[in-house]
Design a protein around this ligand. Structure first.
Ligand code: DGL
Length: 272
């Protein structure tokens, strides 16, 4: 099984692209909706929550977990890979979304990129760190969008104020980064507001979403790592878990995933 984890609904935008690209595998999704948003939480708290979530997915039998969340990928992933996995699950892998997205920015030859993300991601400057290794000449402008995940988790993305909020964030970004040629929606929740982002972005500026990027990169990864790819089960099943009530999760999740979902509830506790 391949596990997917996000603070809430956002990772479903990535899973949707991945199952389209790689339909044969079994997938297990976990949204920590009861504790979302993670964006303004401390790195220590994000790490604690992530350990519990990843441990849940690995105990369920996932050989590979994709952390489909930029906030977790920037704040906790390295510690999970270096401190948690080697002792607890030495034969499993946990991958994030930041490195593959940075590679895509470099591969596309972007010169000036706008990174729209949560406070946690902007504070971490993780895209600067990753791009410095592979394409140091890319100029980066960050814009934190702290109101968006709460709006989306509440299912209010279609209300008029979400459009106003998006236009303000983009106004701030373009006031500083007039030469921006590409925007990366660096939060997996944001594609649900893609039309609003497009409306308030100059037509010559490309807008990238992470779902298609991660789907392609995951295929590459499995091709390059047959020792994992060949061990993954291929029953075509999809299972969904949320820390919030199944009724609420199922109603809103189907908008992100594009199909009806029947989730199961899970309680994640704090480890000592
Ligand atoms: N989908 C998460 C991300 O990509 C949102 C984090 C949050 O809960 O604030 O960053």
């Amino acid at each position: 099984m391949i596990g997917f984890f996000d603070s809430g609904f956002g990772g479903l935008t990535v899973l949707k692209s991945v199952v389209r690209e790689l339909p044969e595998y079994d997938y297990l999704y976990l949204g920590d909706n009861a504790r979302a948003p993670y964006g303004e939480r401390s790195p220590e708290m994000v790490y604690e929550c992530t350990i519990q979530a990843v441990d849940f997915l690995l105990k369920k039998g996932c050989l590979l977990v994709v952390v489909a969340c930029n906030t977790v990928s920037s704040g906790a992933l390295r510690r999970i890979q270096q401190e948690f996995l080697p002792g607890a699950y030495p034969d499993r892998k946990v991958l994030g979304v930041v490195r593959p997205s940075a590679e895509e920015i470099a591969d596309r030859g972007c010169r000036t990129i706008g990174i729209l993300a949560t406070e946690g991601v902007v504070r971490s400057k993780i895209y600067t760190e990753e791009l410095e290794k592979i394409s140091p000449s890319v100029e980066i402008f960050y814009q934190a969008c702290p109101l968006l995940v709460p709006i989306i988790e509440a299912g209010k993305q279609n209300e008029e104020h979400s459009d106003v909020v998006v236009s303000e964030y983009l106004g701030n970004l373009f006031a500083r980064g007039g030469k921006i040629d590409t925007i990366l929606l660096s939060c997996t929740h944001y594609p649900i507001l893609y039309d609003a982002f497009r409306r308030h972005t100059p037509p010559h500026v490309k807008i990238l979403t992470q779902g298609p990027i991660i789907a392609r990169k995951l295929r590459d990864y499995l091709d390059r790592h047959p020792e994992i790819g060949e061990r993954l089960s291929r029953g075509g099943t999809r299972s969904f878990f949320s820390t919030d009530s199944p009724e609420k999760f199922d109603r809103l999740a189907s908008v992100f995933y594009g199909e009806c979902i029947q989730s199961m509830p899970v309680t994640l506790g704090f480890s000592n």
